[in-house]
Design a protein around this ligand. Structure first.
Ligand code: VNL
Length: 170
């Protein structure tokens, strides 16, 4: 299985100076800069949030985008997880997570085995979680964000595309 949910259109990233409400509508910005778990935020807008993994496998660096290569240390293998997140059965978000193999030590090896558990439930329960940055962009006419996080200082990269039906656009 070589398919990705993230191909067809390139993501355009905004410059750091463009992260303001003159460029990005204020209600959208508030979603994109959310510091907590997107699962929890979505739960405030639906009865039930579900996650269906679409792709979960190790890949070599040549399967990553140029942005991803730039954002993570070189590694022999990376764990890639792509999911669709639904609010009450409606697709709200595409999530892509890239984890260098070196990040998957000790407890954090569980990350390859979380299945339908939303990733945020794991990450935001870890005391060792820190964030380096959030980048904002768009892809076709959907808003996107990318966050580099660390578990005990070991990096991972999350990219989230907000689908048209998501409450971020209301
Ligand atoms: C997942 C869930 C990933 C929600 C996400 O962004 C997200 C996941 C990367 O379960 O993999 O917002």
């Amino acid at each position: 299985m070589d398919e990705t949910l993230f191909t067809s259109q390139p993501i355009h990233w905004l410059a750091e100076n463009d992260k303001n409400d003159k460029i990005v509508p204020a209600n959208i910005l508030d979603w994109l800069l959310e510091l907590g778990s997107m699962t929890k935020r979505f739960e405030q807008h639906s009865q039930q949030v579900t996650v269906i993994p679409y792709l979960e496998r190790y890949v070599s660096q040549d399967k990553l985008s140029a942005d991803e290569v730039q954002s993570l240390p070189e590694s022999p293998r990376y764990w890639v997880r792509e999911v669709v997140m639904y609010g009450d059965g409606i697709p709200w978000l595409l999530g892509r997570t890239i984890i260098p193999e070196e990040t998957l030590t000790d407890d954090d090896q569980q990350l390859v085995d979380i299945g339908r558990m939303p990733l945020g439930r794991y990450l935001f329960s870890r005391e060792s979680l820190t964030r380096d940055y959030i980048h904002i962009g768009f892809c076709a006419n959907r808003w996107v964000r990318s966050s580099r996080l660390r578990l005990s200082n070991k990096p991972l990269l999350l990219t989230e595309i907000f689908l048209p039906e998501s409450p971020a656009y209301r």
